[in-house]
Design a protein around this ligand. Structure first.
Ligand SMILES: C[S@@+](CC[C@H](N)C(=O)[O-])C[C@H]1O[C@@H](n2cnc3c(N)ncnc32)[C@H](O)[C@@H]1O
Length: 548
């Protein structure tokens, strides 16, 4: 099968196979319990069947594997005749096993919501509501329904381990879903993967493992990061009962594993896919919103038409007043500064850099060449395109001031803040950061690109494969500005200090490091736009990193 055909099949059927080192760790936890058959609702080519057999043999245990699979074709590779006797061909969501399940292991089909037919989706949502009372948001993918269905089918005392994607903890539906899970089950452990240890290298998802029991909820859980792919570390860590690093000493931790014990309430507030943010109290330090506003870049509705090259501008003789310098692609900005020289360089290389920025005048009022260009757009059917069909006239462009700082996300390079010296209008590949009056732009830019500020993006953004993070404008406004970053930019002298009323709090930044993060803020940075909320009262000025 060609790479393209394989990708299409993966997207349509959600067929991503679990690597052995992850599958073995997952089944190990179920075999620890020992009771009852292991059920896989989405068998595929049988990664968990093979892993369970191997692990059980090593532990001198016997194991019975059962499962379901919708696609008969995949069952023919990787599984033998004996295994297939225990696999029912069918749809787990519409026709799950009637009996309660003692142990469930799954890597459910990762199928995004827009690929689920509307009729199927409404049936699935109705079933979820009937079983759990949850009104699941329509943006939940098929894997979310699998997770809920498997949980509701779990026998008392039963165990479930799922390989999920981070959107299950970060999507619109996440807060109510996890509240429900936490009320009815014990979340024993969560394992996330460093980008270099992803079970699915090169795939645009951020995977995680959840280990859950149908038992009384517990107030704490174990949360870990796995930093080494293809080793025994993860499996050993599971077999040792999820030790946190602190208690046993990091030297005793299995290779590549770091673990924390977390309060359930903090973990749910922050998001289970994210590192522990707040140990005590809420974040009452400054966030980006106090010193700047964030707006998304311009949505043209058809970049290929509205963003022009120099030669197009020349060919149609479009006069300058109708054009604005603009940037559409993150990879067109090689560094952290966007200067006039960079724009010249792009234009010389034939990159489109002129945004056709028109108002409400009728076509006939424009110069001849521009009229001709707009007619070409009409002939190509642009006025019927989704976004453009709502605009009057269809070629009317959104208006934006050029933001002094751009935020680039989901590019090939790391997320970064770009100083927009060329005063260019960004398109939707960027967010625009508009400092409030009185704020020193150069210093703010320095604060934003400080490693600790950038590390905070993971608390406000949604994570994808390879460490990529996508952040919505309102979420970026809640980005904490840490003391170390403000200090590095020379913004602490004579400053004001914010501290949690309950005492200092700590933040685990990135990996193992966990230090005190006091926050001092210079008056000039905050200008007059922020007055600290009284101790203990956390209003809008008290956006916690976890609230996205
Ligand atoms: C992500 S793959 C996982 C396969 C295997 N368990 C593994 O971990 O490597 C998910 C599998 O679920 C199957 N599947 C998709 N929709 C299903 C459904 N409604 N019921 C049962 N299986 C389904 C797909 O065909 C695919 O083989």
């Amino acid at each position: 099968m060609s790479g393209k055909a394989q990708r299409r099949r993966q997207q349509e059927k959600g067929q991503f196979w679990t690597p052995d080192w992850v599958a073995e760790a997952m089944v190990t936890w179920l075999l620890e319990d020992g009771g009852g058959p292991l059920f896989d609702p989405a068998v595929g080519n049988g990664a968990f069947f093979r892993a369970a057999r191997r692990v059980a043999r090593e532990r001198q245990q016997t194991v019975l594997m059962q499962g379901m699979e919708i696609d008969p074709e995949v069952l023919m590779s990787g599984l033998d005749e004996e295994d297939r006797k225990f696999i029912r061909q069918g749809d787990f969501l519409l026709d799950p096993p009637p009996e309660a399940l003692a142990a469930v292991v799954a890597n459910p089909p990762y199928i995004r919501h827009h690929r689920i037919p509307e009729t199927t989706k409404s049936r699935l949502r109705a079933k979820v509501r009937e079983l759990t009372g949850l009104a699941l948001d329509g943006r939940a993918g098929l894997h979310v329904y699998f997770f809920i269905r498997a949980l509701t089918g779990l026998a008392p005392g039963g165990r479930l381990v799922f390989l999920l994607s981070a959107d299950v903890c970060e999507g619109r539906f996440a807060a109510s879903l996890w509240r429900w899970v936490a009320q009815h089950f014990r979340i024993a452990a969560v394992v996330t993967f460093a980008p270099e240890a992803s079970p699915f290298p090169g795939v645009d998802v951020n995977p995680l493992l959840v280990f859950i029991q149908r038992e009384a909820p517990a107030a704490r859980l174990i949360w870990a990061v796995c930093r080494q792919a293809g080793t025994d570390g993860l499996r050993q860590w599971v077999a040792s009962g999820f030790p946190p690093s602190g208690r046993q000493g990091t030297e005793e931790m299995p290779a590549g594993m770091t673990g924390w014990e977390r309060d359930l309430s903090e973990a749910l507030e922050t998001g289970l896919s994210r590192p522990p943010a707040l140990v005590r109290g809420g974040w009452i330090g400054p966030v980006l919103e106090h010193v700047a506003q964030v707006r998304r870049g311009v949505a043209t509705g058809a970049n290929g038409f509205f963003l022009l090259t120099d030669s197009q501008v020349k060919a149609f003789g479009i006069p300058e007043p109708y054009l604005k310098l603009a940037v559409g692609r993150v990879r067109d900005v090689p560094g952290d500064e966007l200067t006039a020289e960079v724009m010249d360089w792009l234009r010389q290389r034939g990159r489109p850099a002129w945004l056709l920025s028109l108002g409400m005048e009728p076509v006939e009022r424009y110069p001849e060449g521009l009229q001709q260009y707009l007619r070409l757009g009409e002939a190509a059917g642009l006025p019927r395109r989704p976004l453009l069909s709502c605009r009057r006239p269809w070629y009317r462009m959104e208006q934006r001031e050029a933001p002094p700082v751009l935020f680039a996300y989901l590019g090939r390079r790391r997320s970064r803040f770009i100083r927009n010296r060329a005063r260019v209008i960004p398109l939707t590949g960027f967010l625009g950061v508009y400092p409030r009056p009185g704020v020193d732009v150069e210093k703010l830019w320095q604060v934003l690109n400080h490693p600790e500020t950038l590390a905070g993006l993971k608390w406000v953004g949604k994570s994808y494969g390879g460490g990529a993070i996508k952040v919505e404008p309102r979420a970026l406004e809640r980005l904490p500005l840490p003391w170390s970053a403000l200090k590095a930019a020379g913004l602490t002298e004579g400053g004001r200090e914010w501290r949690a009323a309950s005492g200092e709090w700590r933040i685990a930044s990135g990996s193992e490091a966990s230090g005190e993060w006091r926050v001092e803020v210079h008056d000039s940075l905050l200008a007059t736009h922020y007055s600290p909320s009284p101790a203990g009262k956390c209003g809008r000025s008290c956006a916690g990193p976890g609230r996205t």
